[in-house]
Design a protein around this ligand. Sequence first.
Ligand code: PLP
Length: 474
Amino acid sequence: MANSTKYRKTNSMPDALDELPLAIDRAAPTPLSVQVATGLRAAATAGRLRGGDRLPSSRALATRLGVSRTVITAAYDQLHAEGWLSGRRGSGTYLTASPARGPRPLASAPPSRPASALLDLAAGAPCVEAIDRAAWRRAWRAAGDRIPLTRKDRAGDPEYRAAIAEHLLRHRGLGAGSDTRMLATAGASAAVGELAAALLRPGDTVAMEDPGYQRAAGAFRAAGVRVLPVPVDAAGLRVAEIPRGVAAVYCTPAHQFPLGARMPAARRVELVEFACRTGTLVIEDDYDGELRYDTAPLPLLATLGPDVVVHVGTTSKILSPVLGIGWLVGPPRVTEAVLAHREATGTGPAVAGQHVVAELARHGDLARHLRRLRREMPPRRALVTERLRGFDVRGDDAGSHVVVALASAAEEVRVVAAAARGGVLLEGLGRHHLGPRHTFGIALGYAAIGRADLPYALDVVADCLRAIGRSMVP
Ligand SMILES: Cc1ncc(COP(=O)(O)O)c(C=O)c1O
């Protein structure tokens, strides 16, 4: 029983059912008490009733539905037994936050578990378990203590920008230089959208990795820009295959998303030289660049070509996407265009998340958190390769996801569906393609899941892979 449920009802509040349609069908063969119980259960499952909501007395509900009181007491007794209700007769009946024990009757069970109830092995979500909750709370509290501003600085909160400048210098070897080169953003995808809106024209073309990050593609398309695929290999985006005439190139050199290649120095130089030669803007999405383990950092594209590269980063992978913030560093002509676009459209990143990150940075919590993440991820990754030994696990030792290669789209669908039946959320590579699919597999993220659940979830994945006959690469 959810004993901690806080009862929301006071005598002046209406019962939770006042607004709730609850129909019964006298002609149906199902007993009336079962119909009432089913209706209440469905309302609770759908969130129309919540933990702490007070239900009407059996007498009142019986009157409202025009049934005998025994129908309602039988329904309530059943829901009590299942753990949906708490409270005693005479003192009010309340919905608990969730049924405490005992299986739900099959009739009310959803046909398959919603994604949010699955153990999350989809690539992309961060390791919130590693966040020091006391530091997190402190930062939010301190952020809330700030005097509200009447206007916001469209470039971003100065303290946040200073904190990110320091972060980039320490962790990515990037000197953001003067103030005019760096802006706060609402995250990496939002930054791509702003760059597209501010710098590109409808009808322009951009090139991006295929497979690649589809939200970047979506952000370009939303600005009327056409997105052309560029193949990737073990060194990331193949520069030689960038179509002619593109206005920009989007890529993820630190850890190609989703396949996981780290672009070597020679390919980086080739890309920057291409950009300088052709006047093409390069957008370097460094979405998980801080998550490196035991490898020396390679020079960022933005350090190799500060006049032609826009570096984009985010707190979504190292902290949480709920902050909704990131940064971009680029040549002044780029940042000025973005600022002008913000001014013209009245947009810009929200400030609350910036304050929180500034507070985390101010007390050293951000740096401590990164150190924790860098300790946390390698053993998780080792567990992935150990439990999936014999399967074709690929991707550089960076970030927080790997790829398990498969032979076909059909295999992908079968593994994802089987894993969902086993309670595990997986994501196929299919959704990361721009055009026809040519690379098959699972992008498996190991950051979001609780550490204690990881071994079990990986065993489910291994079983699913074996079940489709995909075992043991030579
Ligand atoms: C390549 C890449 N860029 C950016 C993001 C997300 O960044 P944001 O939440 O800041 O838009 C993701 C998330 O999965 C990603 O995979």
